[in-house]
Design a protein around this ligand. Structure first.
Ligand SMILES: [Cu+2]
Length: 296
């Protein structure tokens, strides 16, 4: 499967999938990882089991193809590994993870070389009861109550970066430049080094900086760094993509294709393709922030 067909398939999935609530479930950060790479699988726990007050244990069942290198210990918890699983257990009631407090349980390993989807089944034990996050959706429309943690394994050249809520500000006829905005998350870290779009002759990563008491913008030297698993927001007044030498007016309802080029921590180039809707201002309602990233 080539990059283009993966891209098209991703768009179809994007139209069907509903966004996962970040606070629910046990999840891996979206954005995926490059097949065959070393990967720090950081399982996020954001709440206890239904009706429980705290999480007392986490067992990750290791899917076939993922070879564990090590699991990160957690203070006050025991850590046990078998060939097929990693288990953290609170050594005392006081060390248990309170409901609504977020934590990450991290397993380092090597990913299988074949692009696709990897599902990690996670058993969450609580002071009362347990939740087995182990259901694997069969169709893209399936929304299981207890989904396993999903990891997209990407072909080389496809950026392991989640692009969220992308939009481009409207431009009237004759206007030379405008801004593009979005949220970027790179689970394994990356650097945004280049932007291209058929809508503009020049596209640059800019930042706003106070110079004396004047706000000025300038190109970010060396590209925009995305630390692992941290959301970096490009928004009016902050980092943004500057589209210059516009080819035509941009009216609400239109879509601007953007190609974002990243360099990962190993120095490899990869691309994310984004269809960014044109709007007059940031969407206040997250539900109609209808950007489509290159997958999900
Ligand atoms: Cu600018």
């Amino acid at each position: 499967m080539n990059t283009i067909s993966m891209f098209v398939r991703g768009l179809v999935v994007a139209a069907l999938a509903t966004p996962l609530s970040a606070s629910a479930h046990v999840t891996l950060p979206p954005g995926g990882a490059t097949a065959g790479d070393n990967y720090a699988a950081a399982f996020r726990v954001g709440h206890a089991c239904s009706g429980a007050r705290s999480t007392t244990g986490i067992t990750v069942r290791i899917p076939e193809g993922f070879s564990v290198q090590k699991a990160e210990p957690r203070s006050g918890w025991t850590l046990a590994t078998t060939p097929g699983s990693v288990t953290w257990r609170a050594a005392s009631a006081g060390a248990a993870l309170p409901d609504k407090e977020r934590a990450e349980f991290v397993v380092h390993g090597r990913l299988p070389a074949q692009p696709g989807t990897l599902w990690f089944k996670v058993l969450q034990s609580c002071d009362v009861g347990s939740a087995d996050w182990a259901e694997v959706p069969v169709a893209t429309t399936d929304k299981p109550a207890f989904p396993a943690a999903r990891l997209d394994l990407l072909a080389p050249g496809v950026a392991a970066v989640e692009v969220r809520d992308a939009w481009v500000r409207t431009a009237v006829e004759g206007q030379s430049g405008t801004g593009a905005f979005m949220t970027l998350v790179a689970p394994s870290g990356a650097r945004l080094v280049r932007v291209t779009t058929p809508a503009a002759g020049i596209a640059e990563v800019h930042e706003m900086k106070m110079q004396g008491d004047v706000m000025r913008m300038r190109a970010v030297a060396g590209g925009l760094d995305l630390p692992p698993r941290q959301a970096v927001e490009l928004k009016p007044g902050g980092y943004h993509l500057m589209l210059m030498d516009l080819k035509k007016a941009l009216a609400p309802g239109e879509t601007v294709p953007l190609e974002l080029e990243f360099v990962d921590r190993a120095g490899r180039k990869a691309v994310a393709k984004v269809q960014a809707p044109v709007r007059a201002r940031a969407a206040t309602d997250a539900k109609d922030a209808g950007s489509s990233a290159h997958r999900h």
